[in-house]
Write a protein that binds this ligand. Sequence first.
Ligand code: GDP
Length: 431
Amino acid sequence: RAQSGNASNASSAVPSGPLELQTVRNIGISAHIDSGKTTLTERILFYTGRIDEIHEVGKRDGEGAKMDSMELEREKGITIQSAATYCNWNVDDKTHHINIIDTPGHIDFTIEVERALSVLDGAVLVVCGVSGVQSQTLTVDRQMRRYNVPRVVFINKLDRDGADPPRCLNMLRNKLGLRTCPIQVPMGLESRHRGVIDVIDRKAYAFDGYKGSERTEIDVPPEFAEQVEVTRAELLETLADLDDEFAEHYLEHEAASSPEAIHAAVRRQTIQRTFSPMLMGSAYKNKGVQNLLDAVCRYLPNPTEVRNVALDQDNDEETVELSCDPKKPLVALAFKIQDLPTGQLTYMRLYQGKLQKGMSITNMTTQKKHPIKRIFRMHSNEMRPVDTAAAGDIVALGGLEVASGTTFTDGRLRYTMTTMYVPPPVMSLAI
Ligand code: GDP
């Protein structure tokens, strides 16, 4: 049995109170079917210490994966309803709290897809390293664009015959029109794929040990040194082109650009959705997943960096800006319902204010009041009770009979959430 692959990064403690906002990431994972979304999600849960077992390499198609909670999903091999799960990841000396909202990739389930997208602050776009951009990659990317979801790209299956990251890069640029650059160089491809080299920090990571799950920092092998410099130079030029703050730094320090300045520029431009960093690896062979988690925490926005708006029922449905502040009156959206033998489970995104066990919330469609009986953090089918949750978070409520898509407040405001187009944020970003 494999223990969590990188114990120093994993932390399975589930906080019972509100999370520190700067460390929260609400993300989705989207892909064309068969690109490895299920496998990757399962690996993420493994590395973040939320599941103990990693599936045997060689086992059939994403079998038994934790996110597929419905039998039907398992049979059809498609995720027809979104689920949310919670995990922790330590990077840059901070514990991050990641809510993964499962975004159904199938084109037929548009309402579910759009509801899930509207609660995301960022996403991982998984692309098959052999097939590249496929029809549903286009669909999910278009949906994410519409909902202004910043994304990082993960090129998967680099261990497979025919894996071709440069071809994937061209397809992302030409077919999706994505402004993207690799921030890694693969250490070997196909059967020789053994890790990735981070071109920002110039650090190489080999994945060996038990089923390849351990990440070891090694010297950059000399045969990749030139490719690392070429890839780094292209990344820096792109960032200098996009990012005024980085451009100043770059003009002064071109060759010696500091990793901190590069990370910060990647972060700013990813959040502005003018850029998507491209990472790579093999989920199935457990290579590159920890680096992807680092990137999710480093580059995707926290809930305070995302603009959300509601419609004010008391003021001609005028658009109002929400502020991700626990002290403001509550505004929350029920974005997913799951029927359990014990009753309905309602997944909620909190946009402002907070939820507390025992308080009453008002349904903005019916104007009815509902008491909050149970609040949970969800890990697949495992439920951990908590007493409170605050703006920016995603939790599930028990004992509430409501429809998906309903907005709730604490009665002080009469706002409804909207899934309409929200223009890009104009705000200073906390780095
Ligand atoms: P999903 O439809 O996107 O959720 O894809 P799955 O995770 O179910 O993966 C589809 C198939 O690709 C399964 O047979 C996986 O075992 C396989 N797969 C996933 N990731 C990799 C990878 O990195 N390398 C290889 N060789 N196969 C993979």
